[in-house]
Design a protein around this ligand. Structure first.
Ligand code: CA
Length: 484
């Protein structure tokens, strides 16, 4: 991938006015010109209402086409508008990745009564009751879709767990009981077995469920022509199922498809294990790197920047890593809140956009600013500058100067561009560092592309420059003549 950049096109509080797809269509060319090569779109399937972000998924087959849950459109628009947006993005040369929510179903049509056992919240392998009848929201018959595309109806035996018993008005985690039925076992072993996350948890061992989802994937690809999937909540889904499904997709598309997974895990050993379990077919978001960014941003300048890439996916498996700063779950008030502090955002984006390794993903909530209860200023200007620098200068070898706890830098050596790129970060005081940009650069005048530092740096006869950076800041320098 040649310096490609992905953008997560939405945040949790993107406006629920139904204009999302329409705006995307209008904005497609502009995004490409800015340097965006692929867009991760929000879940397209019908959720519980026209405000559902998409993770409260109700019907896989309704992309904003049927009057279900009191709305035809989803939060983002109608199916027609979705397909038109994809076409516009494709016409502009932008790939589209669909967010695919396969762990659970929500907002069922009716309740059913069946046998379940209550389990320990913190160790789901421990039953804390005998099997008894509970009543839960597990029936899905999609009356208003009238069997179009699929006449499959969902019942309790297609699920492995729920978290609410209507009969006794009890919130707890219930494992659904049946012949040969248990939690799916190819899942994270956090909480003993982390199959259950939320809502009605889909049992991916059930042959009818597998057949239905495979059928749906074929349909989805045919209908939408998307270029990739972002799998939601992989920690909670049977890994063999995901592997089989991914193999099926790669076969169907002649390997012309991109798979990226959300596996929210800090522990590198468990990440490595998952990459192996799924046969290295799925890239993963670099969650450890995100947490390092957050930690550094909250450290009061005491974080050791030499270690920022230690035990990250991008360091150990660069071809498998999607690097990111924040997302719709890590933003304030969301389930995995771990937002990177504002002052560190530009540094973090520099660390993903100007490096050689990783497939960087820009978060719309950073780019346009968060619009919800916690509002933030758009970082568009800052990110655009970094994007331009990435596209024009972030090529060639990378020489690292990760030699000081608060001040680190690197140089991308002149290769296809007409200048090297020298990047310097300080999370502490104002600082400077001598870095080698190449003998062929001797005598050239380097300036700060971020425009924060007005000084000019003259490269000495050996190819070294002494670059400067302000406190808690990033600068990136190129040959002045190359800018024209
Ligand atoms: Ca599950």
């Amino acid at each position: 991938m040649a310096n490609e950049v992905m953008m997560q096109a939405f945040e949790w509080d993107s406006p629920a006015d139904g204009n999302f797809y329409k705006n995307l269509k209008k904005n497609a060319k502009n995004l490409k010109e800015k340097g965006i090569d692929a867009l991760w779109l929000p879940p397209a399937c019908k959720g519980g209402s026209d405000k559902d972000v998409g993770y409260g998924i109700y019907d896989l087959w309704d992309l904003g086409e049927f009057d279900q849950k009191d709305t035809v459109r989803t939060k983002y628009g109608t199916k027609e508008e979705y397909l038109a947006a994809i076409k516009a993005l494709h016409d502009a040369g932008i790939k589209v990745y669909a967010d695919v929510v396969l762990n659970h179903k929500a907002n069922a049509d009716f309740t059913e009564t069946f046998k379940a056992v209550m389990v320990d919240q913190n160790d789901r392998t421990k039953d804390v009751s005998e099997a008894y009848d509970i009543e839960a929201w597990t029936g899905f018959d999609f009356k208003n879709r009238k069997g179009k595309y699929s006449d499959f109806t969902w019942h309790y035996y297609h699920f492995s767990g729920v978290d609410y018993d209507v009969k006794t008005d009890t919130n707890a985690i219930y494992r659904i009981v049946g012949d040969n039925k248990y939690w799916n076992e190819g899942v994270s072993d956090e909480k003993g077995n982390y199959d259950y996350l939320m809502f009605a948890d889909i049992d991916h061992d059930h042959p009818e469920v597998r057949a239905e989802i495979f059928k749906w994937v074929d349909w989805y690809l045919d209908q939408t022509g998307v270029d990739g999937f972002r799998y939601d909540a992989l920690k909670h889904i049977e890994d063999n199922f995901i592997l089989d499904l991914s193999k099926h997709i790669m076969e169907k598309t002649n390997n012309n498809f991109y798979l990226i997974g959300e596996y929210w895990q800090y522990n590198k050993d468990q990440i490595d294990q998952y990459l192996g379990n799924t046969d290295w077919k799925i890239d993963l978001f670099d969650v450890p790197l995100h947490f390092h960014f957050q930690e550094a941003s909250k450290s009061n300048a005491t974080y050791d920047m030499r270690k920022i890439f230690d035990d990250t996916i991008v360091k150990d498996h660069p071809m498998q890593a999607v690097t990111f700063v924040d997302n719709h779950d890590s933003q304030p008030h969301q389930a995995l809140e771990s937002f990177v502090e504002d002052w560190f955002k530009e540094i973090a984006y520099g660390l993903i956009l100007l490096r050689k390794d990783g497939y960087p993903c820009i978060f719309a909530g950073d780019y346009y600013g968060l619009k919800g209860p916690v509002k933030t200023e758009p970082k568009m200007e800052i990110i655009d500058k970094l994007l331009q620098a990435r596209k024009k200068y972030a090529w060639g070898d990378e020489d690292d100067y990760f030699d000081h706890p608060q001040v680190v830098g690197w140089v991308r050596r002149t290769d296809r561009q007409n200048s090297s790129l020298a990047v310097l970060i300080s999370i502490g005081d104002m600082a400077q560092k001598q870095m080698f940009v190449g003998e062929e650069e001797a005598g050239k005048v380097y300036v700060d592309l971020s425009k924060k530092n007005k000084n000019e740096v003259i490269i000495d006869e050996n190819g070294n420059g002494i670059f400067q950076v302000g406190p808690g800041s990033i600068t990136y320098w190129v040959d002045k003549e190359s800018i024209k």
